[in-house]
Design a protein. Structure first.
Length: 726
């Protein structure tokens, strides 16, 4: 192959159209898939707005005249299309359960198609533990309407009123005529039908559930355990090439020159230049990497004076005016009533998402259409970004999301997909962009560093009377006060969604954004107040709680743990934390030991209680709780980004420490039942308690206050020294 350098041509002007498909476009696409009944679950007018508002989709560009699409095939199989993606939290299983429940079909007969912009309804993205609690209602109502449509069709065929028909396992029966029955497949044979109901039938009561609420093994588990699961990096196309892109050495660095001559001498290499984008393409990824290393690029790097130690002063100096998240009473009155006031400042470092699968995308431009297989949490967002980048209408861009190997909020941004699309348009070949581990760290959107300042007070009777809470740059999620404190105020100085310039690199959502920081600071401070009041930490919390859902998880975790009261520090090393996230209530108790010579923390036991309303898949919920607790060991004990003047000092797992198998303690979980509430979020809540549970365990074991996360050995030893001097 002849080596060549491709320069960027002028981009073709294109109009980016709305990402959502129209009804006619969708039916046309689905008609190509063969016969069957396409159920177009539709809503209009005030009913549509009310439903969208109830589920959190009002104000977005989601088409509110439909909620989800179902295809019922001639073989009696049901295909459910959702814009959500599967990245390990189990919606591929729970959505199938919801469809099977409301449609009255076998769970095994439901197939899922997820995250394909050509085949699935529009969706904002997969984050915030929203899949089940918000999008799930669309799926269930679509299935309920589908069943209603099928009953209408069966009533016409069987010449009986719909009210006389019952459904079970994909079959409709006339209860008054033995042998009078039709399968869903028989009703839809050879036809594609669009039909509406005036009103969506009522959803099943929980008491009638036979599929939802029952434990189901993850339906992708065998594929993933055996290595058969296909991720973006597993897709192969004829003639595809791999890209290596010239990257800056530091955030804020400006390139002043680039010389690609040496790279162009490598056999089979194609060098592509498009403005700031300089890439090497080759059929083998290692050859592309070696050629890219020959490129000589010079940069001017910034001298900001900001590093991982000075960042907290920088944040405080640049904090915007506060927003009040909650308040009651008068802080001055609370100060006067307080016999003891405890005031502390808590720090939280930058944390990376560090997924096992790095950002990856494969792009192909063929017959005027761009197709991108992307590791992303937001396929429709990627569709718009790619369309804008390459000058195509959005309907000429298809994004397909295979399994995603971890996201945690970090794959909300998907620059690799845009890079792949630009390169394939310029080179004329399918292009795979697979970030290296170093690139993954460099371009990550980190959980922001943050500061929390708390001033709390108790009166002579041990009652909390003062709570002055100020959080800087983490955000408000999880900061709200749920204790009975007469004089309190919670102020938020800057959300994590902020204008660039404050942080030295990009920040973004990291599993329950802000809540990890806020729960850690709040629970350690509550423990300090309990110690000041000479009270047991659990009894102290319950004494100030009226919320029945929070009391239920605290009491459940204490019972499972076998907790006995003691004043901190008791020397036992028992910690406790509780929080609310994604409308789910959670409490964690931890048992830990501290080696005062080395500063090492050994976590011996974790018990977690979670109340999340109705539970679609108890087995999946338990797995998510265990995963959150395990991942939470990382941000609590070891994970932080070190940097100086925009240069990252941790770009691989030799220095950026993730939890090891040897760290994982005995884990026990309790799901507190509450079928009176619809399903709440289950993907993130348990992780928010880990910083607080371990910090309070260390305090109970030693009396030391760990005022910065992560609680490294050096910080533990420093806290022990400060305890001795106090």
């Amino acid at each position: 192959m002849k080596n060549k350098t491709v320069q960027s041509p002028e981009k073709t002007a294109g109009t980016v159209s709305p990402a959502a498909v129209t009804r006619r476009e969708f039916l046309k696409r689905m008609g190509l898939a063969g016969g069957g009944l396409i159920v177009y679950a539709g809503f209009g007018g005030a009913q549509a707005f009310a439903r969208a508002a109830r589920t959190g989709y009002a104000g977005t560009n989601v088409p509110v005249d439909f909620n989800a699409f179902l295809k019922i095939g001639t073989d009696n199989r049901v295909t459910c299309f959702v814009g959500k993606i599967e990245m390990g939290q189990g919606p591929i299983t729970s959505f199938a359960q919801m469809v099977a429940e409301e449609l009255d079909v076998l769970y095994e007969s439901v197939d899922m198609v997820m995250g394909d912009t050509d085949r699935c309804p529009w969706d904002a993205g997969t984050w915030g533990s929203l899949s089940t609690r918000h999008y799930g209602v669309f799926v269930k109502e679509a299935a309920a309407e589908a069943k209603g449509v099928l009953k209408q069709l069966a009533a016409e065929r069987l010449q009986c009123p719909p009210e006389r028909l019952v459904t079970r396992e994909g079959v409709i029966f006339d209860r008054n005529r033995s042998g009078s029955r039709l399968t869903y497949g028989e009703l839809t044979k050879g036809r594609v039908i669009e039909r509406h109901l005036e009103d969506v039938p009522a959803l099943k009561p929980v008491s009638e559930y036979t599929v939802s609420g029952k434990p189901h093994l993850r339906r992708d588990s065998r594929e993933k355990v055996t290595g058969q699961a296909r991720y973006s990096g597993d897709i192969r196309l004829p003639g595809m090439v791999y890209a290596r892109i010239v990257r800056p050495p530091a955030h804020g660095a400006r390139r002043v020159s680039v010389d690609t001559a040496a790279a162009e001498q490598v056999d089979g290499v194609q060098v592509v230049r498009d403005g700031e984008l300089v890439a090497v393409l080759h059929r083998y990824p290692d050859v592309a990497r070696q050629a890219a290393e020959r490129i000589q690029a010079k940069y001017v790097t910034p001298q900001t004076g900001i590093n991982h130690e000075t960042i907290f002063d920088h944040l405080l100096k640049n904090a915007p005016p506060p927003a009040v998240a909650g308040q009651a009473g008068d802080l001055q009155a609370g100060q006067k009533k307080a016999a003891t006031v405890v005031e502390e400042t808590y720090l939280n470092s930058y944390v990376a998402h560090a997924p096992m699968e790095t950002h990856t995308a494969l792009a192909q431009f063929e017959n005027g259409k761009m197709t991108v297989w992307a590791s992303t949490q937001s396929p429709f967002g990627v569709q718009r970004q790619v369309a804008q980048a390459v000058g195509l209408p959005a309907e000429k861009v298809r994004v397909i999301t295979p399994f995603v190997g971890g996201g945690f909020g970090g794959k909300s941004a998907s620059a690799q997909a845009v890079e792949a699309a630009r390169l394939t348009r310029l080179s004329g070949k399918p292009v795979m962009v697979m970030w290296s581990r170093e690139e993954e760290f460099f371009f990550d959107t980190f959980r922001p560093a943050a500061v929390v300042k708390i001033r709390g007070g108790v009166d002579d009777a041990g009652n909390m009377v003062l709570w002055d809470y100020r959080v800087y740059f983490a955000g408000r999620r999880g900061c709200e006060n749920f204790y009975e404190i007469p004089h309190h105020r919670e102020q938020v100085y800057g959300e994590w969604r902020i204008e660039p310039g404050i942080h030295p690199f990009a920040v973004g959502p990291w599993r329950a954004p802000a809540a990890n920081t806020n729960v850690y600071a709040r629970d350690l401070h509550i423990n300090l107040l309990a110690a000041a009041a000479a009270q047991d930490p659990l009894e102290f919390r319950l004494r100030h709680l009226k919320d029945p859902r929070m009391r239920s998880v605290l009491e459940a975790v204490a019972e499972k743990f076998g907790y006995t009261p003691a004043r901190p520090p008791s020397g036992r090393g028992i910690g406790i934390a509780c929080g609310i996230d994604a409308e789910t209530y959670v409490a964690v108790m931890a048992e830990a030991a501290v080696d005062e010579n080395s500063g090492a923390i050994q976590v011996k036991r974790l018990v977690c209680a979670q109340e999340m309303g109705q539970v679609v898949n108890p087995q999946g919920a338990t797995i998510q709780m265990e995963g959150c607790l395990t991942m939470g060991l990382g941000y609590a004990l070891a994970e932080e980004m070190r940097f100086d003047n925009g240069r990252l000092q941790d770009t691989n797992f030799d220095t950026y420490l993730l939890p090891r198998f040897s760290w994982v303690p005995e884990i026990e979980t309790v799901i507190v039942p509450n079928t009176a509430l619809p399903p709440k979020g289950g993907g993130e809540p348990a992780i928010v308690c880990m910083g607080g549970a371990l910090a309070t365990a260390v305090h109970d074991a030693t009396g030391a206050k760990l005022l910065q996360l992560p609680m490294t050995r050096e910080r533990v030893k420093a806290a022990l020294q400060n305890r001795k001097r106090a």
